[in-house]
Design a protein around this ligand. Structure first.
Ligand SMILES: [Zn+2]
Length: 260
């Protein structure tokens, strides 16, 4: 969603100036080298691969961004003094691509020739959750080798890529399955419900986000979510109260009535 938006806004434009504001997020390359390397390059397509965003530049080179929890892209029409959350600015004619991360946890790489071996957690991931080739039988096959709680499996990128903590809560609400259930306890029917919920929820969110401007996506307005971050609120499916559990840094929300 954000990738196709960025492609239509950037493709064919030349990067006239590149400024890295926070060198700590840059991996495997010096700031100066990165800035020199991308300056003068023309933007190709931007694509999403799971949670990563890949900005292709001419000559087989790509800026690979792992936005972690809070990395966001925006476009500005004129330069602004970078704030503490700014990671990089890429200037092209009449516009600046601005990448911010209020948690400063992002990882940024410059990849040549499609070699992602130095990009942490890139290789070895599962198929994309929205890949048309990922049919129910494939989904079941990938699930077979997984152990533990179903929510942890869902958001493990080695199982399928593209599902984060919040989306996993939404999918499990629609599937009617409690997040802490162990995979081994799921019936065949429940696995099917889970697969269908995964597809339907992700398609629905994609549709919602596609209609939004870039700035609104960057604001992380998650008003389309029914259960995540709505602890203590009312479940839109049954009118019951939404429960909340916090483990590590992650919040889990669910409905005890809708989910078994
Ligand atoms: Zn409910």
């Amino acid at each position: 969603m954000i990738a196709s938006r960025l492609t239509s806004l950037l493709q064919g434009k030349t990067i006239q100036k590149a400024v890295i504001n926070n060198h700590l997020v840059l991996h495997g390359i010096e700031v100066k080298h990165f800035e020199d390397e991308v300056t003068g390059k023309v933007y190709g397509a931007v694509r999403a691969d799971g949670k990563f965003l890949l900005i292709s530049l001419e000559n087989d080179c790509e800026i690979v961004v792992n936005p972690m929890l809070a990395g966001r892209f925006r476009l500005m029409e004129r330069p602004k003094r970078p704030s503490k959350t700014d990671i990089f600015h890429l200037h092209s004619e009449n516009q600046i691509l601005r990448y911010t991360d209020r948690k400063q946890m992002s990882r940024v790489y410059l990849v040549q020739g499609g070699d992602y071996s130095r990009v942490a957690e890139f290789n070895g991931r599962g198929p994309s959750a929205l890949d048309p080739e990922l049919k129910l039988t494939e989904f079941k096959r990938h699930l077979r080798s997984r152990r533990g709680q179903i929510k942890n499996i869902l958001r493990n990128q080695k199982f399928v890529k593209g599902i984060g903590n919040a989306y996993a809560d939404e999918i499990l609400l629609y599937a009617g399955i409690l997040p802490f259930r162990r995979k081994s306890s799921l019936s065949n029917e429940e696995v099917e419900q889970l697969y269908n919920a995964m597809r339907n929820v992700l398609m629905k969110f994609k549709g919602v986000l596609e209609k939004r401007p870039l700035d609104e996506i960057a604001l992380e307005k998650r008003d389309f979510m029914m259960v995540h971050n709505r602890g203590g609120g009312v479940c839109p499916l049954c009118g019951g109260r939404i429960s909340e559990v916090k483990a590590n840094r992650f919040k889990t929300n669910y409905c005890q009535t809708c989910q078994k």
